[in-house]
Design a protein around this ligand. Structure first.
Ligand code: BG6
Length: 476
């Protein structure tokens, strides 16, 4: 088959500060929301907005505190990415490294210097950084003192943070993303927006108001980014995956459309510049009032994103039939029904390569803007063999099938900038906090309790991905 990946296609991997760096209070960094998330049973209630204390919990293990120690080992890790031939590395800046409290008058120089060093290291190998401004972390001080994204003031703090990093890295970073998986706010509000709910509070009202603040902050960041870095490409980021209707019953089909719109709502604003009609109806019927300031609508309209970044792990299935609804997949915040045609990962995430092509087409048809696949991959348990090698053929199979479908999407006419698979080196899982849910081409010796040498080792998939990149997607 002819090679369909364009010249300059950005192959690489994606990581996030809070799941990788560790050094959670080093270099002047402030505490962030993720630093309050332990592994185990106490994690999920906090992720959904039930936080009891603004300190890490005594006696619990908090995986972000050391993560995989990228903060001290980034040179070694970047050298391994370079060996695979990465053209791009997606990473996030930790807001609390730059503004430890979020509302500080001056940025923290040590934090700024750390990312300067990381970007310089990438430059040595000609790896382009793709930088997310907010990947599931908010400085804890902003949560405690202001109520996080509930509060309009967060827009100003975020704008200052964005402007600071655009100015500092304007010659080093051209690809930016504003909020990681912005639609996650509706599913894991503490993770997506640092939201904590008081008793009796209307959660929907709080979440959609916070969403408005993030959308305004995103538009302000796009505006500032374009002013400071004229050739910047600034994208949004959606946790994507088309919702299928379980049956041909129009009620189910309509439900599937509505489920997709719950997520598209964010991207419709970021990419088209206005609140869609269906959202206005939804607000009205649910008695929600979104407080806007004069100028918000014009700002959203004028500063739309340049490209659509998205993560794709699974498609989703919905039904209005209560009997069918009993058949939920495990470990999935989007609450999907099991798809009888497909297998699932060890964590219950449906594996659907064709759905990747369908989703890419759906997004491109809707927005007609370049797409960037900024996450995709298989979380699995890896056991090194007697020689210490992880033979992760299951991961290679998953990725191969997805890369094939991505190629098909390009042949369908979808404009794709790049593909950064999730966790090219094993990192902490965002949903469970586990280390054993691994995505990497590079193994990290660390377990769920934080034990291990942190030593890095190549898995079988390392050479596979290297060949994929070398051949620009021909050799899969
Ligand atoms: C996305 C996030 O939701 O999925 C990542 O942007 C996350 O931060 C990834 O790690 C995979 O999820 P998990 O829970 O397997 O780590």
């Amino acid at each position: 088959m002819a090679n369909q990946f364009p010249e300059g296609f950005l192959w690489g991997g994606a990581i996030a500060a809070n799941q990788t760096e560790g050094a959670y209070l080093e270099g002047g960094k402030g505490l962030t929301t993720v630093d309050l998330l332990p592994t185990g049973e106490k994690r999920y209630p906090i992720m959904t907005g039930n936080l009891e204390t603004y300190e890490p919990l005594e006696g619990e293990f908090h995986p972000s505190h050391r993560a995989i120690d990228f903060y001290h080992r980034y040179k070694e890790d970047i050298a391994l990415f370079a060996e695979m031939g990465f053209k791009a590395l997606r990473l996030s800046i930790s807001w609390a490294r730059i503004f430890p409290n979020g509302d500080d008058s001056e940025p923290n120089e040590a934090g700024l210097q750390f990312y300067d060093d990381v970007f310089d290291e990438l430059k040595k190998y000609d790896i382009k950084p793709v930088v997310t401004l907010a990947h599931f972390d908010v400085p804890v001080h902003l949560v405690k003192e202001y109520g996080s994204w509930k509060n309009r003031q967060l827009v100003d703090f975020f704008e200052k943070y964005a402007t600071t990093v655009f100015t500092r890295y304007k010659d080093k970073v051209k690809y930016w993303l504003t909020f990681n998986e912005i639609n996650m706010l509706l599913h894991l509000p503490f993770v997506g927006a640092g939201l904590i709910f008081k008793d009796g509070e209307d959660k929907k009202q709080v979440m959609y108001q916070a969403a408005h603040h993030q959308l305004v902050a995103s538009a302000k960041a796009v505006k500032a980014g374009h002013e400071i870095i004229p050739d910047a490409q600034i994208g949004c980021m959606l946790a994507a995956g088309m919702t299928y209707s379980y049956s041909s019953n129009p009620e189910d089909v309509f439900d599937a459309m509505e489920k997709d719109r719950e997520s598209f709502f964010f991207i419709d604003v970021q990419a088209r510049g206005e609140y869609p009609g269906y959202a206005k109806r939804f607000f009205e019927e649910n008695d929600l009032t979104i407080q806007m300031e004069p100028g918000d609508e014009a700002l959203l309209k004028a500063h739309t994103v340049d490209y659509i970044g998205f993560s794709y792990y699974s498609s989703r299935v919905t039904s209005t039939d209560p009997k069918v609804q009993e058949n939920k997949t495990g470990g999935n915040v989007f609450g999907s029904i099991t798809n009888p045609y497909l297998k699932a990962s060890e964590w219950g995430w449906t594996i659907d390569p064709k759905g990747f092509r369908i989703t890419a087409n759906q997004l491109y048809d809707r927005y007609q803007k370049p797409l960037f696949v900024v996450e995709n991959g298989l979380g699995a348990i890896d056991e090194p063999n007697e020689n210490g090698l992880v033979e992760d053929d299951y991961r290679i199979d998953y990725l191969r099938e997805h890369v094939k479908e991505m190629r098909e999407a390009i042949k369908d006419g979808v404009e794709l900038i790049g593909y950064t698979s999730w966790g090219p080196i094993d990192i902490v899982s965002a949903s469970t906090g586990e280390m054993k849910k691994r995505y990497g081409y590079i193994y990290v010796d660390r377990d769920n309790q934080g034990k291990g040498t942190l030593q890095r080792g190549k898995k079988k998939s390392f050479d596979w991905y290297k060949k994929v990149i070398e051949s620009n997607g021909h050799n899969i």
